[in-house]
Every structure is written in structure tokens, then in C-alpha cells.
Design a protein around this ligand. Structure first.
Ligand SMILES: Cc1cc2nc3c(=O)[nH]c(=O)nc-3n(C[C@H](O)[C@H](O)[C@H](O)COP(=O)(O)O)c2cc1C
Length: 223
């Protein structure tokens, strides 16, 4: 079982958020997962150009480090998203990865995968940023086991508590994957997404050939 952790702070090894990611990956490894971490802030990933190639052909037209990241995510059973709060959002580095992933959303390619989200902030504004990462996972067809946030101004106790919780959640992510944990409310969201998105796929079927063929193959659209 593989779990990939995504780090997205530009502060490299000095990153607060990386402390949580490392703890979560340690917990996951203790529970038996093979773990790997990718720092997307160190990679060359360009902005999506909205060319629609991925809708038409199932491949991105831009040749850069995104493909390698996507391959690792598709090969993983679990993903740990991590980002500091940057202006009440994820970092531009992580948002660029999200923006390059419409194929993952259109074809629900994280179906069956599980994620955990981690954030740190100068303030107590943690849940909104965790929600952005959780929501991305749900939109990609995956499940989220939740998140951990560390309000850094709250002193060393808050740091210790967040590191401890990240380690526990890393273990729990591994357990969720092992037991194929069901989240009925998330499954209802996936079903609602497929029902809603079916009409968008059908409305664009002449252009979004790859997406449409995939939906027919999955049985989400009947011919
Ligand atoms: C450009 C920038 C924007 C930030 N925006 C916010 C913000 O909107 N709210 C907040 O609470 N903290 C904000 N912070 C503080 C960071 O979230 C905080 O220092 C975080 O722990 C940094 O994580 P890192 O060490 O992993 O990069 C911001 C920091 C920077 C550099």
C-alpha cells in the first residue's frame, strides 16, 4: 500500500507544514504503508492553459513535472495534501497542481483513494484551508478522512498537539485504506456529482471525446 505526501510550502526544510507532513508519513509508515513525499514547490509545474486537450484526448499538452506527480498520485492508495494558509487559501504551488487536474475531476480518477489534509497558519484560520484540500479530493472522486491544523502563534503546546495528531491521522489513513472505510455522506456527494456532471459531459460530447468514452465505459452514461 502506497501513500504519497504532497508538500507545497516554498520554505523547503524550514516549513512548519512539513513538520506535520513528516509526522503523518511516519505514522502511516508505522502502520505498514510505503510512503513517499513530493515537494511540488521544488518542481517546474506550469499553469493550466485551458486547451481542453485532456477532455478531448485524456492527456495534457504541457510537458513538465506535473505528469510525474500525477503518475505517482494515480499509483497511490492514499494522498496526504499539505499547505500553509496563504491568504486564506492553499499556496499557489498547490493550486497550480489542482488547476492542472481537471481530467482527474472529469473522470473521477481518485475513486477508491483516501486522503488526509494538513495545514498551518499564523492565525486560527485552519478549517477553511483544510476544506479546500478535502473538497478537491471529493471532487476527484476520492474520500477524505479529515484534517489537522496547527495555529503556529499558539505556542509549543499547539505544535506538539498538531504533530501528535498528524501522526495518529497518518496511521488512521493507513487503516482506512486497509479496511476500505465507507463514508456514506461522501458517497452521496460522489453520486450527486456524477448525476450533475453527466449532463455537462453530454452537452460537450462532441468535443470532450475522451471524457465521454470514459463515462460510457464506466456505465455512468448509458449509450
Ligand atoms: C504569503 C503569505 C500569506 C499568508 N497568509 C496567511 C493568512 O491569510 N492567514 C494566516 O493565518 N496566516 C497566513 N500566513 C502565515 C502562514 O500560513 C504561516 O506562517 C505558516 O505556518 C507557514 O507555513 P510554512 O512554514 O509551511 O511555509 C501567510 C504567510 C505568507 C508568507
Amino acid at each position: 500500500m502506497k501513500i504519497v505526501g504532497i508538500s507545497s510550502s516554498p520554505r523547503g526544510k524550514n516549513s512548519n507544514t512539513l513538520k506535520l507532513l513528516n509526522a503523518a508519513l511516519e505514522g502511516a509508515a508505522e502502520a505498514g504503508a510505503e510512503v513517499e513525499s513530493i515537494d511540488v514547490a521544488k518542481l517546474k509545474i506550469k499553469y493550466c492553459t485551458a486547451c481542453h486537450s485532456c477532455y478531448e484526448k485524456g492527456v495534457c499538452n504541457i510537458n513538465d513535472d506535473y505528469q510525474g506527480v500525477l503518475e505517482k498520485l494515480l499509483d497511490a492508495d492514499g494522498i496526504i495534501w499539505s499547505s500553509p494558509n496563504y491568504i486564506t487559501n492553499v499556496t499557489a504551488q498547490l493550486k497550480t497542481v489542482f488547476d492542472r487536474s481537471p481530467l482527474v475531476i472529469h473522470e473521477q480518477l481518485f475513486d477508491g483513494k483516501y486522503s488526509l489534509s494538513l495545514t498551518t497558519a499564523g492565525s486560527d484560520e485552519l478549517d477553511f484551508v483544510l476544506g479546500i484540500m478535502n473538497n478537491f479530493m471529493l471532487n476527484c472522486g476520492g474520500n477524505s478522512i479529515g484534517g489537522v491544523g496547527w495555529p503556529v502563534a499558539r505556542g509549543p503546546e499547539a505544535m506538539e498537539a498538531a504533530i501528535k495528531k498528524s501522526r495518529e491521522m497518518g496511521k488512521d489513513l493507513t487503516e482506512a485504506i486497509k479496511e476500505k472505510r465507507q463514508y456514506p455522506e461522501q458517497e452521496a456527494l460522489h453520486e450527486a456529482f456524477r448525476e450533475r456532471f453527466k449532463h455537462i459531459i453530454l452537452a460537450n460530447k462532441d468535443e470532450w471525446k475522451h471524457n465521454c468514452d470514459y463515462w460510457i465505459e464506466k456505465g455512468w452514461i448509458k449509450e
